[in-house]
Design a protein around this ligand. Structure first.
Ligand SMILES: O=c1ccn([C@@H]2O[C@H](COP(=O)(O)O)[C@@H](O)[C@H]2O)c(=O)[nH]1
Length: 232
């Protein structure tokens, strides 16, 4: 029996049955399943138990909270009761907001999203984030860790620089992961699973390259095997 790979499969499914089926297929191969806005807004808290299933796989709740500190604290407290292993907030919400989430959900790792991986350098410039994305990612990472975030979400292209900024103890989570030659779809700042891992990511978020496959279990197993080759 091999150790599950450090992959969070994004269960971005249109319905609960599909999400639970995908979770069942991938959990022998991966450490984590991720529930995002699509499922949570449709089904609410029940979705967590459904995808956790009998395997008890770690659940990552990707709600990307972004509001005033009092509101984020209340939201983090509410979902913290569901015991997700990880909950996301936007780092751009600022120190007080991140700290409020950390204090409100003490049994969940708060992961601050630096810059969405769907944004290109040109997109970022249009919203006032000029220059190389890595500079803003590092700045946001430092703010988030200073506010108590135990994890960060960043592009695999920026993960080495973010690691240099925050040190070895912070969990670095990278979406924007595509196997070589795969369609990047709406992702802009991407890398392969092997590169993300070798650049220092602790947990790779992968959705459609697995769930869009005819056999999600086999797709997850294939990427997990490729990652094992990198780490040996
Ligand atoms: O910067 C971010 C933050 C979160 N995500 C989420 O990750 C998955 C990626 O899915 P793919 O199908 O592999 O593109 C998705 O749930 C996003 O909401 C992100 O992509 N980028």
């Amino acid at each position: 029996m091999t150790t599950p790979a450090p992959i969070a499969v994004a269960l971005d499914a249109p319905d609960l049955e599909t999400a639970a089926r995908w979770a069942g297929l991938v959990t022998p191969h991966v450490s984590t399943v991720k529930v995002g806005l699509e499922l949570y807004l449709r089904y609410g808290p029940d979705v967590i138990a459904s995808v956790r299933g009998a395997s008890g796989v770690q659940v990552f709740l990707d709600l990307k909270l972004h509001d005033i500190p009092n509101t984020v604290a209340a939201a983090a407290r509410a979902v913290g009761r569901l015991k997700p292993a990880i909950l996301t907030v936007h780092a751009s919400g600022g120190s007080a907001m991140i700290q409020a989430a950390v204090e409100a959900a003490p049994n969940t790792q708060i992961a601050a999203v630096t810059l969405l991986t769907s944004l290109s350098e040109a997109d970022l410039a249009r919203i006032g984030i000029e220059g190389a994305p890595v500079d803003a990612a590092r700045r946001l990472a430092a703010i988030a860790v200073g506010a108590g975030a135990q994890a960060l979400v960043c592009s695999p292209r920026e993960v080495a620089a973010v690691r240099a900024e925050v040190g070895p103890d912070i969990m670095l989570i990278t979406p924007g992961v595509r196997p070589a030659g795969a369609d990047t779809q709406d992702q802009a700042r991407v890398a392969t699973p092997e590169d993300a891992l070798s650049q220092g990511a602790d947990l790779l978020v992968i959705g459609r390259p697995i769930t869009g496959s005819a056999d999600p279990g086999a797709a997850a197993a294939g990427i997990a095997a490729a990652l094992r080759r990198v780490s040996h």
